[in-house]
Design a protein around this ligand. Structure first.
Ligand code: FES
Length: 652
């Protein structure tokens, strides 16, 4: 035909359209992602486009003197009231006149790319669960009686092709005056439905609603609960916040919480109540921080380990405390906020990622979603280090998973001078090869202990102990400089050439820092501390090694360290200890809080939910407790770095 050619960028989609066709209509026919909340009425300005005029060569076509219609009164009114950016037009008003190239800027795309944070393995494309729709509803008519909700549903169907919409009682309770206030023009937030859920009206506003709706990505850990508040229209993170998990008072680690529930008749209920209250407190805090109304939070994704999963849901975790570690359900769950007594929009949808196995939770599923080992060409080992290490190994062909009981030593617990990461904790260590004396850095300062001005650091925070990353560097440095031998014994002053080694009971200890002069503690590394680290690192390594056996490989292409801990440890030192398999150091990366990132992906991209459910079903679960090879690997891995395995890359 002779109709003008319209080419959209960046998609490259093109077609011929009759003169007078609005660009929004052309975009819809071609399946071009161009946003609209008002349905082409010139109100929302979500449909902005940038036409290119003159001669253009794009996507292999040359377009001459592209042309759109002149501004009409609707567009002019918008321009006068709000103003459009230079070169922009409203796609619903500007119509085809001649060949034209139309650029759709990112902010006019529904499925826009969400800004990536450092160290994230995949891009996040926005595909929100809940969207806003402006509709014009038919007025009631005595001659054709029907309810206001039914006419609103008809309007959503006719104007937006959304069928089978439902609404909760609270919408019915508030809807009638809003429809009348808006003179039968309203904006509704519709949760588009997922799984077995129908689309649902979540909120309703008179006229055109300028605001947005929000979602929460929540990482429910045994120690802390962290949440990101996201704008569901832009994908932007508006606030991030965390609180201590109030269940701590029932036990520091998961197993002590499981036993609390076994010993106390109402123990599980108490812990359920505590964690839900903790979450409500966090949600209030984050809403205040972002200055938003909690009722506008309409979607939330939770990730957590299996014990937290059960306790949040009000399920007794009893079965998770004993073999064969049966979960109540390993499937993803779709719930409502009021099912869990949470203080956001009462019918906000809650999505919980599937658990992989009795020891490998929805948090590991979230790590898998974020790090995507199932999409990796090379063989990647992903370890999420906490009191339980959750380990994934795989590539495009298959993915294996297991968990390994590392215990809390990597968090500084059960270490004589250990502490949580906080100002004053030693986090970096170097031992001088000649003097065998340590120099170190504490959290809260950039200065090393032998640098000028360090006294001021001592005056402010003091040197209070060693945190997880510090203890790893400490033990690795001690090994590198002959203070500790491969089996893990600290030598005498004669053996090591260091007067910092002293007899401490039946074994030797190493003096790191003596704060007596400044009123601080004496910080030492005892042989027991070395043992604790050996056990923890052996558990981690043997889990990884077992997966490698199952995969039939003796090396991996790359290693990803996930979790807050992974972000802080030195990969070199981790490898000196033999925590992780031998690999080139530049192929060992930190993914930061990958579980939290996975939660954010599932929140912003609803399609990713089905994707991770399929991935998790395909993951092969390995139970370390019943694998004889695990014990063997564990014993070998207790040595530093390993009793039998060479670390050729490390040693080169
Ligand atoms: Fe709303 Fe164009 S679609 S202004």
């Amino acid at each position: 035909t002779n109709d003008p050619l319209v080419v959209f960028t960046p998609s490259g989609k093109r077609g011929r359209f009759a003169v007078g066709t609005p660009i929004l209509t052309a975009a819809r026919q071609l399946g071009v992602d161009l946003d609209s909340v008002c349905g082409g009425r010139g109100i929302c300005s979500k449909c902005q486009i940038t036409p290119s005029y003159g001669e253009f060569s794009k996507h292999g076509v040359t377009v001459q003197g592209g042309a759109l219609s002149e501004w009409n009164s609707v567009e002019q009114r918008y321009q006068d009231k709000r103003g459009l950016k230079e070169g922009r037009r409203l796609g619903c008003q500007a119509a085809v006149q001649g060949d034209v190239v139309i650029d759709v800027p990112p902010e006019s795309q529904v499925h826009k790319q969400v800004v990536r944070k450092r160290a994230e393995a995949r891009d996040i494309v926005l595909d929100p669960s809940t969207r806003l729709y402006y509709v014009e509803v038919a007025e009631p008519d005595m001659h054709d009686p029907s309810g206001d909700l039914e006419r609103l549903r008809d309007a959503l169907k006719d104007q937006w092709e959304i069928e089978n919409v439902t609404a909760d009682l609270h919408i019915l309770q508030t809807m009638q005056p809003i429809l009348r206030k808006g003179a039968w023009k309203v904006t509704v937030a519709v949760h588009l439905g997922d799984g077995e859920n129908r689309p649902r009206i979540m909120n309703i506003w008179p006229g055109y609603y300028e605001g947005t709706v929000y979602g929460l990505a929540v990482d429910l850990g045994s120690t802390t609960i962290a949440a990101h508040l996201c704008d569901l229209q832009t994908g932007e993170v508006l606030a991030s916040s965390g609180v201590m998990n109030p269940q701590i008072r029932f036990g520091e680690d998961l197993m002590s919480r499981v036993s609390y529930s076994m010993m106390n008749a109402k123990g599980a209920d108490e812990m359920t109540r505590a964690v839900r209250e903790g979450m409500c407190g966090l949600f209030t805090q984050i809403a205040v921080e972002a200055g938003i109304d909690k009722e506008l939070i309409v979607d939330a994704v939770f990730v957590c380990n299996p014990v937290m999963h059960h306790l949040l849901l009000g399920i007794d975790p009893f079965e998770l405390g004993q073999a064969p570690f049966a979960l109540a359900t390993n499937n993803a769950l779709r719930l409502r906020a009021d099912d869990l007594a949470l203080n956001i929009h009462p019918s906000a949808r809650i999505y919980m990622l599937p658990c992989i196995a009795g020891h490998v939770g929805a948090d590991a599923a979230a790590v898998a979603l974020s790090e995507a080992p199932d999409k990796s060409d090379d063989l990647v080992l992903v370890v999420d280090v906490g009191t339980n290490a959750e380990i994934l190994l795989g590539n495009r062909d298959k993915v294996l998973a297991c968990s390994s009981p590392t215990g809390p030593a990597f968090e500084g617990a059960q270490i004589s001078s250990g502490q949580r990461a906080a100002p004053g904790a030693i986090e970096r260590v170097e031992i001088d090869p000649v003097s065998k004396a340590p120099r170190f850095k504490v959290i809260g300062s950039d200065l090393w202990s032998d640098e000028e001005g360090f006294d001021e650091v001592i005056a402010t925070s003091g040197v209070t102990g060693i945190c997880g990353s510090g203890i790893i560097e400490m033990v690795a440095e001690m090994r590198m400089h002959g203070i500790v031998d491969a089996p893990g014994l600290i030598g005498s002053p004669e053996q090591t050439g260091s007067d910092r080694c002293f007899l401490d009971g039946r074994t030797y200890s190493y003096r790191v820092y003596d704060g007596a002069a400044a009123g601080g503690p004496l910080i030492t590394i005892t042989n027991r501390d070395i043992r604790e680290i050996q056990m923890a690192k052996a558990a981690l390594y043997s889990g990884a090694r077992l997966l490698m056996d199952k995969f039939g490989v003796d090396k991996v292409d790359r290693v990803v360290l996930a979790g807050a801990f992974g972000a802080h440890i030195s990969t070199k030192h981790a490898m000196v200890l033999g925590m992780i398999p031998d690999a080139p150091l530049d192929r060992v990366t930190s993914a930061g809080n990958a579980a939290g990132t996975g939660a954010r992906i599932a929140l912003l991209n609803t399609a990713a939910r089905g994707e991770i459910e399929a991935t998790v079903r395909a993951i092969h679960k390995i139970e370390t407790a019943i694998e004889p090879r695990f014990q063997e690997h564990f014993v070998n891995a207790s040595a530093i770095p390993n009793a039998v395995e060479p670390f050729p890359i490390l040693n080169s």
